[in-house]
Write a protein that binds this ligand. Sequence first.
Ligand code: FAD
Ligand code: NAG
Ligand code: NAG
Ligand code: NAG
Ligand code: NAG
Ligand code: NAG
Length: 545
Amino acid sequence: MAISNFQPFLLLVLFSFSVWSSTANPVDYERNFIQCFSSHSVNSNSSVEVILAKNRSSYQSVLQASIKNPRFLNTSLPKPNLIVTPSYVYHIQAAILCSKKHSLQIRIRSGGHDYEGLSYVSNVPFIIIDLVKLRSISIDIKDESAWVESGATVGEFYYAIAKKSKIHGFPAGSCPTVGVGGHFSGGGFGTIFRRYGLAVDNIIDAHVVNVNGQILNRYLMGEDLFWAIKGGGGSSFGVIVSWKVKLVRVPPIVTVFDISKTLEQGATKVFQKWQTIADKFDQNLFLHAVMGVSSPSKNSGNKTVVVEFTALFLGAADNVMTLIQNNFKELGLQRNNCREMSWIQSVLYFASYNINAPLEVLLDRNQTLQSFKAKSDYVKVPIPETGLEGLWKLLVEEKSSLLIMTPYGGKMNEISESKTPFPHRRGSIYGIQYLVYWDSNEDSREAEKHINWMRRLYAYMEAYVSKSPRAAYLNYRDLDLGVNNADTSFAQAKIWGLKYFKHNFKRLVKVKSVVDPGNFFRNEQSIPLLPSHGRKGYKHVRRHE
Ligand SMILES: Cc1cc2nc3c(=O)[nH]c(=O)nc-3n(C[C@H](O)[C@H](O)[C@H](O)COP(=O)(O)OP(=O)(O)OC[C@H]3O[C@@H](n4cnc5c(N)ncnc54)[C@H](O)[C@@H]3O)c2cc1C
Ligand SMILES: *[C@@H]1O[C@H](CO)[C@@H](O)[C@H](O)[C@H]1NC(C)=O
Ligand SMILES: *[C@@H]1O[C@H](CO)[C@@H](O)[C@H](O)[C@H]1NC(C)=O
Ligand SMILES: *[C@@H]1O[C@H](CO)[C@@H](O)[C@H](O)[C@H]1NC(C)=O
Ligand SMILES: *[C@@H]1O[C@H](CO)[C@@H](O)[C@H](O)[C@H]1NC(C)=O
Ligand SMILES: *[C@@H]1O[C@H](CO)[C@@H](O)[C@H](O)[C@H]1NC(C)=O
């Protein structure tokens, strides 16, 4: 897909930023937007096909189809005035220019997995640009590269690769429904990242529509913006239409295994050993630890903590047996725990499918999740046994929680912190994702209880995780970070900015100030403008809040 193939969009009319008057009737500016959009479209029908107003029957189903955290299905939450579902890039260009002209904020949605719902909820009049129709994937095996449109899911991408080659793959996340638009722009790690790095470490070009409605490729956007969208979050900078990535070569046979230990079976000691070696293993071995609480029925009435050690090894079972026997015999791995399979079957495995299921299951975008709240941390020094004991006590208080400990090291150690905005490289033994989930039918008071438990757990863990800053992963977005009286000042943004990006935050702010000086692309955690630059932008944000 070359830039020249995109339908040209006439930029003859440049709009001044008109101030939205709060007395406008919603229907008026919806109508204005639709008129503006039609006037910019080559095909006069396209506004009907592309724009969904609330009075359209498909508005609800399109809105809900990509809400992946049912917490944000709540009917009392603000809904978009319009949903724009572009079929061509010029629809994105028109949507940006017309929402700017008519002072509607935009939310950009690819897979809809944002942990805080920022891709589809806003407190000001807004439209969603939903990229669900822009999901073509073109794979060039000879060149070992691919163009992937943002609305594609990682499952669709893995499927497309597997259809073309048994020895190519791509290092990104495990959940097949995650969208590449949000996932790649926030970093993107998965089961083979210790060998190949993050998704962003394998991006070689991108197409972005900027605040002026221009389509930019890597050359046109320049290396600063290209750097920023590889981990700084896309939504602060523009709409990413597509990515060009380098495929990686995977071996024809890989091995997985999965071993669980309860506290009674010595989970504490095994986990302690894991902490000292997980990041030092051969980079072909990914061995993560998932902590949870076993349901009483499985354990004759008493709850206990279970730690599940699950591995993907890029090679044969015999080799990983030797590796574990030499370095981690406490795990008690047996040859019959190991299953050899193809890389794409390991994708099914980590997505909790049967490895013999048809690969088409990876194309199912409809999987529903439970309501959840999550947080993240990075561990630089193994947690001592006393720390773990306290953690076990907290875990058994909450029945549906999970802690996913992801080992770093390997290739991640070889890439400097400033190479991409994603800064969690050398020095991180492992990352933690804390998850608590609940039935979506539970009312908000029940939900608050789960969320409060999560906050207590996070407070408890402070002593054992990275400090100054206490780091966090952008793709596990957490609006609790740095919250202070709804203060939207630069100092406030810096608190979460340093956690997600460390020193890269500064460069992200500079890039933002250059490419979007009016702060059009904004949300509760978008990159702010430089303070000198920013006064106006912030006032504008605050007026709506
Ligand atoms: C079940 C589940 C499993 C996950 N597993 C992993 C994992 O294994 N590894 C991992 O690294 N992460 C994982 N994540 C986190 C995931 O990477 C992030 O939630 C990611 O941001 C989702 O991208 P999305 O396109 O689906 O979400 P969206 O909600 O569509 O977007 C997320 C953010 O990116 C912005 N955005 C989306 N598309 C674009 C675009 N085209 N241009 C500009 N901005 C855009 C949105 O505005 C929003 O701010 C998982 C999440 C879930 C819910
Ligand atoms: C539907 O809503 C849009 C936007 O508010 C409006 O312009 C249009 O006239 C409405 N159509 C009908 C049939 O009511
Ligand atoms: C517009 O839509 C109508 C009805 O679907 C169709 O008959 C007509 O050809 C379309 N016009 C264009 C320019 O595509
Ligand atoms: C469950 O816990 C109780 C109280 O601690 C203990 O007496 C009992 O033996 C435990 N049961 C099992 C099966 O471990
Ligand atoms: C997913 O949902 C859509 C819309 O409801 C439906 O058209 C599609 O067939 C579903 N796909 C699968 C695989 O269930
Ligand atoms: C939806 O939000 C309202 C208002 O905040 C709240 O009272 C209600 O309990 C929520 N519903 C659910 C299912 O969370």
